[in-house]
Design a protein around this ligand. Structure first.
Ligand code: NAD
Ligand code: DAU
Length: 351
């Protein structure tokens, strides 16, 4: 096969869409999905590709350098797309060290394995690091995040992602590794773990549970449909310039409270409830500590240089997303009950 691409975190929300896109679009590539299957990783996300000839799954933790070396050697890895991470800001506030371990140490382990395995021919291989817009900090006075915006991470999550970005750039500079980084805004869509705002609200509206809005709900996020992010990753992987950074965003800013109200209105309609029913579930709760006010990406560079732009309007994307969660109640039940975790512990006990 022409390439053997290691995709880390492929059982998670964004990773599963990237894996599916690459497996289906590039039958000539071998896709090796490496994932530790933490609470956020779920092989049910990958049923459509599990029997594909060009797909392999490896249950490996990026904190295990020997196991990483073995994967590089066994699968003759030619390139890496690195998504594995602890990704939830609230969890980073209660357990910062877990984020340092996976996001910083795990990334350095992966860089080391790649450097070792590709020694002497580093320029033939690409290490693509998938990062977040949160590394740029919080916008207060208008404006947008550009690729040149100085890093100013404000949460343990964004500090760990910023650190991993710095390590990737340091390996490019010091060891002349071929690297590329993209920093994306908030994703939404199918398969997102229901600890994040949009799936949490969809799940709670369906079950008539309170919708916890942090602070006054005034914080602003720039939302992108997850398949558009996967398409952007495809474009950056194949056409991105070595050593460059690409910002990816939806040109789609929303205040949290407006998103929650939109979800309520759409779900009232879809569930045949009277207009205004679900809004009564909105409950203002204590704000997230150090809550970033606004993120907004300027995605002009990837648009102009690589020809990528979002394909879906938000109204369409949010409707598809709600429908997916309503049609996949089993998936939601499994991830919320932890049943799939018990299954995997049993299933992989001997590995
Ligand atoms: P996610 O939490 O849904 O998935 C993370 C995946 O990584 C899971 O499958 C998990 O099992 C795996 N993982 C975690 N720790 C691991 C470890 N130590 N070893 C191996 N695998 C491990 O995350 P996501 O939302 O899909 O985000 C994927 C990447 O994209 C992350 O790097 C994140 O920082 C970045 N990102 C996310 C968003 C977003 O809105 N979700 C936006 C921009 C960038
Ligand atoms: O910007 C990219 C980032 O987007 C990614 O790097 C992160 O991995 C991803 O989790 C996401 O971070 P956010 O903190 O923006 O996403 P979250 O869905 O947790 O929260 C979105 C906004 O909604 C945020 O302002 C906090 C608020 N919120 C969140 C939850 C879970 C609430 O008001 N209530 C909630 O219950």
């Amino acid at each position: 096969m022409s390439k053997s691409i290691l995709i880390t975190g492929g059982a998670g929300f964004i990773g599963c869409h990237v894996v599916q896109l690459f497996v289906e679009k590039y039958p000539e590539y071998k896709i090796v999905n490496l994932d530790a299957l933490t609470y956020a990783g779920n092989l049910e996300n990958l049923k459509s590709v599990e029997g594909a000839k060009n797909y392999v799954f490896e249950k490996v933790n990026i904190l295990d350098p020997d196991a990483l070396d073995e994967v590089f050697a066994n699968h003759e890895i030619t390139d890496v797309i690195h998504l594995a991470a602890e990704s939830h800001v609230d969890r980073s506030i209660s357990d910062p060290l877990a984020f340092v371990m996976t996001n910083v140490i795990g990334t350095v382990n992966l860089l080391n394995s790649a450097k070792k395995y590709w020694a002497g021919e580093l320029s033939n291989h690409l290490f693509y690091h998938v990062s977040t817009d949160e590394v740029y900090g919080s916008l207060h006075d208008g404006g947008f995040f550009l690729e040149t915006t100085p890093y100013d991470p404000q949460s343990p999550y964004s500090a760990s992602k910023a650190s991993s970005d710095h390590f990737v750039r340091a390996y490019a500079n010091t060891y002349k590794m071929k690297t590329v980084i993209s920093n994306c805004s908030n994703n939404y869509g199918p398969n997102q773990f229901p600890e994040k705002l949009i799936p949490l609200c969809i799940h709670n509206i369906k079950n008539n549970k309170p919708l916890p809005v942090y602070g006054k709900g005034e914080n602003v996020r720039d939302w992108l449909y997850v398949l558009d992010h996967a398409r952007a990753i495809d474009v950056v992987f194949h056409k991105g310039k070595t050593g460059e950074t690409y910002n990816i965003g939806g040109f789609n800013e929303w205040k949290n409270i407006d998103i929650v109200k939109l979800l309520c209105a759409k779900m009232d309609e879809k569930l045949g409830r009277a207009a205004g029913t679900s809004e009564k579930l909105i409950t203002y709760v204590t704000d997230r500590a150090g809550h970033d006010l606004r993120y907004a990406i300027d995605a002009t560079k990837i648009q102009n240089e690589l020809g990528w732009e979002p394909s879906l309007q938000f109204d369409e994307g949010i409707s598809l997303t709600i429908d997916w969660y309503l049609e996949n109640q089993d998936w939601l039940e499994h991830v919320t009950s932890g049943a799939y975790q018990a299954y995997y512990s049993e299933h992989y006990a001997d590995r």
